[in-house]
Design a protein around this ligand. Structure first.
Ligand code: COA
Ligand code: ZN
Length: 289
């Protein structure tokens, strides 16, 4: 077995010593910080040249944890030894890129949620929110949607008669749109919505995006169909999904208008179209300026 020697700098030693007291207090009040406390003790003791038996004895960690922690320190440094190797999610900081307006410093960079890592309740909530967010950002194949794709093609309709799971799927997408664009409310009702929704789907049943169309009756404008919102998953952007969806919508809903406010991408798309009402052009130019 390879022997890993832990050599701590003065700063690292100071940091670890400071952590012992804090972690001990957390453990005392029932916050599950034992794992972290063990790692800190292992590193401190190993850094002082303590024998493996002594480290096991004092830290209460198993032999394999002692070995693994020392190896992680030698191979990856203090941060890795304490928190484990960087998670795959860190290379996809969607929230950091997309929600920059509202993201807190200690929020998860992927899903954007704020949580206390040491609280199991929080961790559980975060895990499920994170998984749901990822299923929207990086959609996985779904048998149910693939089946609907065979029937409807890329634009799977979601209407008042659709099953709840479809409403929920579209509402998740709308929830991400709300966060990304900083809207006040989620523009699809998860428990059932009487708008004309579409889940943009590929043949494997990945939900690449979604949109909602509604019949609008204003007091001073003639009634018409409006595209209320559209959202495309980040890995599938700039591949013509908005352009194709808009072609489908204009063919299906006579006289449909895109409803403001427009995001930058939407405004640029609209201005790239030939035929636009003055009203839309004005709002699109306004969004860009
Ligand atoms: C806006 C959005 C729907 C665009 O979807 P998309 O499928 O990537 O768009 P397309 O690939 O069809 O792009 C069509 C054209 O729009 C313009 N466009 C789209 N996104 C753009 C962006 N981020 N910046 C500048 N122009 C953009 C371009 O002119 C593009 O043509 P090009 O790629 O040939 O240059 C997508 O970026 C998104 O979901 N954004 C977050 C939600 C949102 O803002 N929705 C609209 C408001 S309701
Ligand atoms: Zn997260």
């Amino acid at each position: 077995m390879v022997r890993y020697r832990v050599e701590l700098t003065k700063d690292e030693y100071g940091k670890l010593q400071g952590m012992v007291g804090e972690l001990q207090q957390m453990v005392d009040v029932g916050i599950p910080a034992q794992q972290m406390l063990k790692r800190v003790l292992i590193l401190l003791l190993a850094g002082q040249g303590a024998s493996e038996e002594a480290i096991i004895d004092i830290s209460g960690a198993s032999r394999s944890t002692v070995y693994r922690t020392k190896r992680r320190f030698v191979e990856g440094g203090l941060e890795t030894a304490l928190n484990g190797p960087p998670r795959a999610g860190m290379t996809r900081p969607y929230a950091k890129e997309l929600y920059h307006r509202e993201l807190d410093d200690d929020a998860c960079p992927v899903c954007g949620s704020l949580y206390v890592k040491e609280l199991p309740e929080d961790q559980k909530k975060h895990r499920s929110f994170h998984a749901r967010t990822m299923s929207v950002f990086e959609p996985k194949p779904s048998k149910a949607l693939a089946k609907l794709h065979t029937k409807f093609g890329c634009y799977v309709p979601v209407t008042a008669h659709s099953p709840t799971w479809m409403h929920r799927r579209l509402a998740w997408i709308a929830a991400i749109l709300k966060r990304e664009n900083g809207y006040d409310c989620t523009m699809w009702d998860a428990s059932g919505d009487d708008g004309q929704g579409f889940i943009v789907t590929d043949s494997d049943g990945r939900a690449l995006g979604g949109c909602a169309v509604r019949w609008r009756e204003g007091s001073d404008e003639p009634a018409c169909w409006a595209l209320q919102w559209i959202w495309v998953a980040p890995p599938y952007r700039r591949q013509g999904l908005l352009r194709n969806t808009w072609s489908m919508l204009t063919a299906k809903y006579d006289g449909i208008i895109p409803e403001p406010p427009y995001s930058l991408g939407m405004a640029r798309f609209l201005l790239s179209l030939g035929s636009l009402s003055e009203h839309v052009k004005f709002a699109a130019r306004d969004a860009i300026s």
